[in-house]
Design a protein around this ligand. Structure first.
Ligand code: UDP
Length: 358
């Protein structure tokens, strides 16, 4: 059997790493091919994760980065087609909701290669979000839909996906997190930044709806500036956000520690000991839920409602006043942690079993 997996952007690395490992552990005769599309390509957004998550070196690198959504998706499709034809795998494994996910799935569907989509069924019901389009299209053409939580199954059933294509396997992000915990404990990120456990906020922002519109970005930074008067804020800045801050000359207060994107161990160490995390990330909502750390998600909606129903996540309408109000409220009423079922470090083992037994 041959399985070809695709990674492209930062959130893909922690999802694919445990799957590759679990497939090898379940059957060492399975031939595995790893393709990196190159969506994220540099040391801080890609290479550090290959080292820390012990991902194998990609067998194929498509070298596609930058460009509009259409350009990037189209270029990945053009480069991926001959790769897929050459390798002729029995399964294509794609994860998450980035352009690489949908581009490679489209190519495979036309070539008759069965597609397994990991993290299937998540829906924000917000089609203004590019990731939502990627999720809908990928799920519509996937042959095997591997969901992280029962709400994913319910969404797919409601869209008419046959039950036999769906398997609730749990959350692979959490597999990576659990495996990395000893290394996360060893990180010296807090001492290097002179931070006390529970004595700071960790913030990330990169969704186009928050950072591409200058007024919105200025409002959100305005709220962070205000909060930083009471607690330091560590702000690992996504390249997109850094560019927008510069373009619009938005000033960041001295209480905010703006740093480059961090490696996985340092970032997770800062998350684990933060008083509150403020984010618009998908993965961070899940990781804070697992760790029981309070999370304010600066978005009008989430494709991960289980992190609110069962976890420590709360949505905040993007805006300065709403973020400041939520910050006050969350300290008075911190959410009680409860970890969703099957977020247990064994999701990739279940995925390997499903793939190998089909
Ligand atoms: N992450 C990291 N360093 C950072 C920011 C994020 O290691 O400075 C990790 C973290 O595990 C997070 C993942 O990268 O869950 C995905 O991040 P991102 O927010 O870029 O993607 P999204 O989940 O929103 O698609």
């Amino acid at each position: 059997m041959k399985i070809l997996s695709v990674v492209g952007a930062r959130p893909n690395f922690m999802k694919i790493a445990p799957i590759i490992r679990a497939i090898s552990a379940a059957d060492s005769d399975v031939e595995q091919v790893l393709v990196h599309t190159g969506q994220h390509f540099d040391e801080k957004m890609s290479d550090v994760f290959f080292r820390e998550l012990e991902l194998p070196k990609p067998d194929e690198h498509l070298g596609i980065s930058g460009g509009s959504h259409a350009t990037q998706t189209a270029n990945i499709m053009i480069e991926f087609e001959p790769v897929l034809l050459r390798h002729k795998p029995d399964w294509l494994v794609v994860v998450g909701d980035v352009n690489s996910t949908v581009a490679c799935a489209l190519v495979a569907s036309k070539l008759g290669v069965p597609i397994a989509h990991v993290e299937a069924g998540l829906r924000s019901r917000d089609r203004g979000m590019p990731e939502e389009i990627n999720r809908l299209v990928t799920d519509a053409i996937a042959d095997l839909l591997l969901t992280p939580s029962p709400d994913g199954d319910e969404n797919l059933i409601a869209e008419g996906v046959p039950q036999e294509k769906i398997r609730c396997v749990g959350n692979v992000m959490i597999d990576s997190l659990i495996r990395a915990l000893p290394k996360i404990e060893q990180s010296n990120a807090l001492s290097t930044m002179e931070l006390e456990p529970g004595g700071y906020v960790l913030a990330t922002l990169h969704r186009p709806s928050n950072v591409d519109e200058p007024n919105m970005l200025a409002e959100l930074i305005g709220a962070l500036n205000k909060i930083s008067e009471t607690l330091p804020i560590v702000f690992p800045v996504h390249p997109r956000t850094r560019a927008r801050l510069k373009d619009n000359n938005i000033q960041v207060a001295p209480g905010i520690m703006m740093v480059d994107p961090l490696g996985y161990f340092d970032f997770m160490s800062l998350m684990k000991s933060a008083k509150v995390v403020m984010t618009d990330s998908g993965g961070v909502q899940e990781e804070t839920t697992y760790l029981g750390v309070t999370c304010l998600t600066v978005r009008p909606n989430t494709e991960r409602p289980i992190t609110i129903d069962e976890g420590t996540n709360r949505l905040v309408q993007p805006g300065k006043e709403s973020l400041l109000a939520a910050w006050a409220e969350i300290q008075a009423n911190p959410p009680k942690p409860r970890c969703p079922e099957l977020w247990d470090g064994k999701a990739a083992e279940r995925i390997a079993q499903v793939l190998l037994n089909r």
